[in-house]
Design a protein around this ligand. Structure first.
Ligand SMILES: [Zn+2]
Ligand SMILES: [Zn+2]
Length: 794
């Protein structure tokens, strides 16, 4: 007879294990196996003691990691043998006091409404029928509600809503889907909506009546400010051209694209072309905006795209991700026969360039004049969080903005970081906080060109620091002396005694790509870093860079031939000026036939010619973004831009389905060796663009040829670098690589040459991913350490 060996194991589980149904899962697994013990939360994560026959405990450990609830993720599991106590029964114990040690438990991101909650909201017999704040353990807001640690109801903005008897019973029942679901609520005890017309000083209707009033305004073509999960949206019927145009005018948006929230996948597919990956992303718990090529089945659908995203050939669509959004697309019982909208433009509730509004009083004030009506609610948003954006790029989805649904989940680093805070650059910034192998990338912060967005940066950095308890010893910023984020970072370092580190812009881009692919430190990679603007180590503006190296250091082995940028920022807003400079550098006379020249009057030509001749007011730049601007201008696509990257996006769209001819003819970069540097000279390409205009070549064909020429230039340069340095891995990064045609083209050519090619899959190639790279550089001793007093005089 064999005796049954009784064992007891003590487990320490870290990762996303709180507020996601992990303890009930452990409880039911242990109970089903007849094991004894306990499970509980503390700031470090979840602790489990499990006791019983050795075989049962082994099975428990196996199934613990393979049968996790949907939102849970284990990233650390320690198991210790302890002395069996002989106890019986398995219990869930109360959360243990917070303590002040490092936090290992991870706050889950805000998550789209799950299928069960949707069903309840739409079920007339359910007590949560039409309740806009329905959530459970598997869905609903998280990050935007958390005010402190441990992650528990008293430390969320739901603390203000005591649970009613029925909700309390669900909350306390380990068998219930709402066991310890921190955002849970119902119509009897939870938050409610309030509707206010802009003409009324106070709200005039509440709850479901507020929804009816909002739908009336949307139906009549009005603009409604809707408080959602991470902030306010401005919404209007996407099928009402007049409404969309009016929103654009009021928001002073220029022609910058709006995203469109659609009723369902079928509606999405009337507007854009979706593959399986894109459909899966739309329906995922993260529920991002998916940028995809236009489908436009009917003329009315084409109009939607035309009004929402003019000229760029893509449209951003997303599905309703909260019950409130779902109800905006559902027929209202008090509006029989009124068809709910099929699609709503949903744009951030702010004036252009300002942070998102999150608070009703603030929205009333800042969105006055923008909205015809307001749908407020009383569930406070602790920290703002914009929608995320991903783009279909060939077979992969590339992040364009990593925010709601992803933040604040950490990215796993390939090196150990000390406590680091990195603040990104200037545009589209996000901050990153790191410690050990974890790098917490924040939600989208915005363009830190103004003090409002800088205040948002401070708030986000502070919130993340509170939730992670990272002890910051290094504060990292971009090397650009004029960036407000750098000034803020240096001030922060001064105030806290931390060491300030400055990291060159394109080095940080490459490091962010390497970090997300967990490339081992010291393994050299050729970085092809193409973007609009970054401060170079020689004081000029870089942006068409070939960098060879790793996290701690890179060598600039090549670059685009520099061209004078007349007027710096003025040229960034006016591609025609950049084109004049490129024409000048290529030795092309300023012929009126060329659209860039035609767009400039006598005065502008005289001024720009003078600047180029004397160099006064000019900045030399090797920027690939500016070359895209110049070619777009020469081909007559656009002479002025409303937003960064507009000319390049329109140039890409124009190429459409065009295939560049095998023979690129004159569309070729001149690749030469200048004192050991590879220089890609665009002059022949610029001349080819002029010739195509003279010969009446359609702009789409010329654009396709230009894209192919850039990809061929990258291929040729990479082959040279491989010959000389033996480098076999190439990374494509920088904002220019949001261009799907260019990214796919470069990748295809390089892979055919046997290179391993890295592209972004976790963080954006644009400056939204930069802070991750800054962390990786600082963590490996790279960058420039500055005395903390630096920057005070800037
Ligand atoms: Zn749910
Ligand atoms: Zn309730």
């Amino acid at each position: 007879m064999t005796s049954i060996v009784r064992v007891r194991r003590s487990l320490r589980v870290t990762g996303v294990v709180q507020g996601v149904g992990f303890r009930p899962f452990v409880h039911s697994l242990a109970t089903s196996l007849g094991l004894a013990g306990r499970v509980g939360n503390d700031t470090a994560g979840v602790f489990v003691d499990v006791e019983g026959p050795a075989s049962g405990v082994e099975e428990f450990l196996d199934r613990l990691v393979t049968e996790l609830p949907p939102l849970a993720a284990i990233d650390g599991l320690e198991v210790r043998d302890v002395e069996p106590t002989g106890g019986t029964g398995f219990v869930i114990v109360a959360s243990e006091a917070s303590g002040s040690g490092p936090v290992v438990a991870l706050i889950p991101p805000d998550t789209a409404t799950c299928a069960d909650c949707r069903r309840e909201v739409l079920d007339p017999d359910d007590r949560r029928h039409r309740y806009p704040f329905t959530a459970c353990t598997y869905c609903g807001p998280r990050y935007t509600l958390v005010t402190g640690l441990p992650y528990d109801r008293p430390f969320t903005t739901m603390a203000a809503f005591p649970l009613c008897e029925r909700c309390a019973a669900e909350y306390a029942d380990p068998a219930d889907r709402r066991f310890h679901a921190q955002p849970t609520a119902c119509p009897a005890c939870g938050p409610r909506l309030a509707f206010r017309a802009a003409s009324s000083p106070v709200p005039t209707s509440w709850s479901d009546d507020a929804l009816a009033d909002a739908l009336r305004v949307l139906h009549s073509g009005g603009i409604v400010a809707v408080k959602g999960v991470g902030g306010y949206h401005l919404a209007c019927d996407a099928y009402r051209r007049d409404a969309v145009d009016e929103l654009r005018r009021r928001k002073r948006r220029g022609s910058k694209p709006f995203a469109v929230m659609v009723r369902d996948l079928a509606t999405a597919e009337r507007l854009v072309v979706l593959d399986d990956a894109a459909r899966a992303a739309l329906s995922s718990p993260e529920a991002p905006i998916v940028l995809a090529a236009l489908a436009g089945l009917e003329p009315t659908d084409v109009d939607v795209a035309d009004a929402a995203a003019p000229g760029v050939g893509t449209l951003g669509v997303l599905l309703p991700y909260s019950p409130l959004h779902l109800l905006l697309f559902t027929e209202h019982p008090s509006l029989p026969g009124v068809e709910p909208p099929r699609a709503l433009v949903m744009t951030s509730g702010n004036l252009s360039d300002e942070p998102l509004c999150t608070d009703p009083a603030e929205a009333d004030e800042r969105l006055a004049g923008l909205a015809d009506a307001f749908v407020h609610h009383d569930r406070p948003i602790h920290v703002a969080c914009d929608d995320s954006v991903v783009r279909v790029v060939g077979p992969t989805l590339q992040p364009v903005r990593r925010s709601r649904g992803y933040a604040p989940l950490p990215v796993r680093l390939p090196m150990d970081a000390p406590g680091v805070l990195a603040v990104g650059a200037e545009l589209k910034t996000a901050v990153c906080l790191a410690s050990g192998r974890r790098a917490w990338m924040s939600q989208h912060v915005g363009d830190t060109e103004n003090l409002e967005t800088l205040a948002m940066l401070e708030r986000v950095a502070t919130t993340l620091a509170e939730l992670t308890r990272v002890d910051v010893g290094l504060v990292v910023a971009d090397a650009h002396p004029a960036y407000l984020s750098r000034r803020w970072a240096l001030g922060r370092a001064d105030a806290t005694g931390a060491q300030a580190v400055l990291v060159q812009h394109h080095h940080a881009h490459l490091a962010s790509l390497l970090a997300e692919h967990r490339v081992e430190p010291g393994q050299p990679v050729l970085g092809v870093v193409f973007d609009g603007t970054g401060f170079g180590t020689d004081g000029t503006i870089w942006g068409g860079e070939l960098l060879l190296g790793s996290y701690s250091a890179v060598t600039r082995v090549g670059h685009l031939a520099p061209v004078q940028l007349p007027g710096g920022d003025a040229a960034v807003r006016r591609p025609a000026r950049t084109a004049l400079a490129h024409l000048d550098a290529a030795g092309e006379p300023w012929d009126d036939l060329i659209p860039s020249v035609g767009a400039a009057d006598e005065t502008e030509r005289r001024v720009v010619a003078g600047m180029l001749r004397t160099g006064t007011g000019c900045t030399p730049t090797s920027s690939m973004g500016r070359l895209f601007d110049a070619v777009a201008s020469i081909l007559g696509v656009r002479q002025d831009v409303d937003y960064e990257g507009q000319a390049a996006m329109e140039l890409e769209a124009l190429a459409g389905a065009e295939v560049a001819g095998r023979d690129l003819g004159a569309w070729r970069f001149d690749l030469r060796d200048v004192g050991g540097d590879l220089v890609l000279d665009a002059a022949p390409v610029v001349r080819a663009a002029v010739r195509s205009v003279r010969h009446g070549v359609p702009a789409g064909a010329a654009s396709a040829a230009f894209h192919a020429a850039v990809a061929a230039g990258v291929e040729a340069a990479a082959l040279r670098v491989r010959e000389e340095h033996g480098t076999t891995t190439v990374g494509l990064t920088g904002g220019v690589f949001q261009n799907a045609r260019l990214s796919v083209g470069c990748r295809g050519r390089l892979e055919r040459q046997g290179f391993r090619v890295l592209v972004h899959e976790l963080v954006p190639p644009n400056d939204g991913g930069l802070a991750l790279g800054q962390v990786a550089v600082a963590a490996t001793g790279g960058g420039t350490r500055r005395p903390t007093s630096d920057g005070r005089t800037h």
